[in-house]
Design a protein around this ligand. Sequence first.
Ligand code: CDP
Length: 790
Amino acid sequence: MTQCKTSKEIGGMGHSLKRKEDARFIQGKGHYVDDIKLPGMLYMDIVRSPYAYAKIKSINIEEAMKVPGVITVVTGKDLEKYKLHWMPTLMSDTQMVLPTDTVMYQAQEVCAVIATSKYAARDGREAVKVEYEPMKPVMDPFKSLDPAAPVLRTDKPGKKDNHIWHWQAGDKEKTAQVFANADVVIKQQMHIPRIHVVSIETCGCVADYDKVNHHLTMYMTTQAPHAIRTVIALVAGHVGLSEERIRVVSPDIGGGFGGKVPVYPGYVIAIAVSFLVGKPVKWIEDRSENLQADSFARDYHITAELAGTKEGKILATRFKVLADHGYTDAAANPSKFPLGLFSICTGSYDYNAAFVEADAVYTNKPPGGVAYRCSFRVTEAVQAIERLTDMFAKKIGKDPAELRMQNFIKKEDFPWHSPTGWIYDSGNYQAGLQKAMDVVGYAALRKEQAEKQARGELMGIGISTFTEIVGAGPSKDFDILGIKMFDSAEIRVHPTGKAIARFGTKSQGQGHETTYAQIIAEELGIPAENIQVEEGDTDTAPYGLGTYASRSTPTAGAAAAVASRKLRDKARKIAAYLLEVSENDLEWETGKFFVKGAPEKSKTIQEIVFAAYTNHPQGMEAGFEATHYYDPPNLTFPSGAYICVVDIDKETGAIHIRRFVAIDDCGNIINPMIVQGQVHGGLTQAVAPAMYEELIYDGEGNILNGTLMDYLVPTAVESPKWETGHTCTPSPHHPIGAKGVGESPTVGGPPAIANAIIDALSPFGITHIDIPITPYKVWKALKEHGAYDK
Ligand code: CDP
């Protein structure tokens, strides 16, 4: 009898296997776009607009062309000759690649300088002279809707205003009725400001057009290689670059967070130049360009309302949203839900009346709407509902933990039909909050707080009990440019029992090379160390929609499990043939089939795979490989209970996060260490919008904090010690019961911090401050509420 290894020994599910990819990362052997050097490669730099809204009167390239090494300067008019000056966005909007007459936002691409070195390209950029005729930009989204505002998108025939879309969900009349009869109504205007993903690696590409073979290889920083390939074919199909002639390769990526989903003009310009010049062209953004021109998220103005009883029962919520998407809507967007998944705004609570409506507008800000680690607007929704919940508790004088416990959807009420149309798959919110309260020592902290308040000290405890929504598809609801949102896995096992598995997703640091291997190891019994995982090459990977919004585990992770199970079915047939028994007489145990009642008669997966190439049953196809395109029947609904404890210095407004306990529920966990890492990183990204980050523009459209000197990104110094843990309610519809996790902390973290700060300030009657809550805002609010009056 062959002794099989345990799930742990083969690196199966639920084990903290060390990340396979880290060997190359920690040795500095990662391979990023900027590491690519091709023979004859040219370098591109981009001249950008200093104005937010201006006519281009002239572009003088004379001096630039004199710079040694400069080959050419490409303008919008040059691209227009090939109809390459416009492109679609993944949101089904359109965007200029290079302008022919008008610039629409500060830092917009105006023309591109191509040279033999990046230094020559930069010198050439400085020598280009552009004459502008500035116009008054529209920077305020509310004023953008004013009938007197200039119509910004004159490129759209018949467009008479700056309105992009209206969308609504829930029952308007029923909600209005509940509000009219409620004991208590809370109403708060909130702004979730525009922020940036600030990944360590900026965006960039090497476009390599091979004139002889009429083929483009595009190396680029993209989270969605296949979708990009399709977009390139849509933009450049008419010059002969059809999809079979395009290969998109996404090498290692230094963080994406949603910012590397959209198509940026730089990519298309590089392709156009490579096509025209016949040489590879490299374009890499510098840090300031990245911060000023792309990867923007949020900028939502929300009127948030909650109706409840004086005993603390939530009855209804109502949200009116104005979304400032800047010059164009650049993000990937599930087409049926223009507001993304904001409609998760009813949160973890049991009530059945809600109404949400939203309008999106154009302004002269750079393209917005990137789904920055927020599953398409969930961060905004969770901030609104969790702030409202705390305000409600304060208003009626109830403990916010007790009020949440009172209002949670009960674990036996899943699947839960939310009033805005979602079917939550599973959850146990009471267990999560209870665990967080136990870990933090909630009762003792409240006692300490009361004592401190009596001494005039400011201490706050903030809770956020959020429900996330991740895993787009299902394809009936979600598509990008019409392409249905499934995802894929292809597993090919070689005769010696070692495998290669390819996916349509693309890791940017999440550890897919490890976790996908663990899923396959668990399902097939092949050790994870013998499974090579590849992503990011459209020539080899099956079509997929990419990695963002915590969708990889719910979609591609599921595809890995189902493809493995297809192989296990084949393995069963081969084992039955080899052991000369019926398939029904076989049982599976990690890595082998054995005969029921006779465990000494068995075949390991390695023996079976070898037989698939050498000695398989007559009529059966040789080889051992399977592909699966997984279309999820529903999204997954991870959840979390976070508790934050802050101390605030009354004189300066300085905020110190003393404790932060995060209990997450992402269903069955593939790799606990990776999940913990995801949560640590995500929580630091939660501190960012809660306390530091906001892109600020003046009335002329100038960005006032467009460098990392003044756009504040929290570092390890500003991050508290994270105390993490988990509860587990498996997703009933996911093949391995897993839910996504990557963005949960970014979603659930900010309101916990905001609620803690407001809790500390509440003795002075302060009920709300918009994020980011800075020491200055705290000091100002305290001053306005008489805290410094003698
Ligand atoms: O789409 P993305 O990879 O960003 O997000 P995710 O599906 O939440 O996964 C992030 C990482 O956590 C991946 O390596 C997953 O395999 C891992 N994960 C896990 O180990 N267990 C889960 N239940 C969910 C995610």
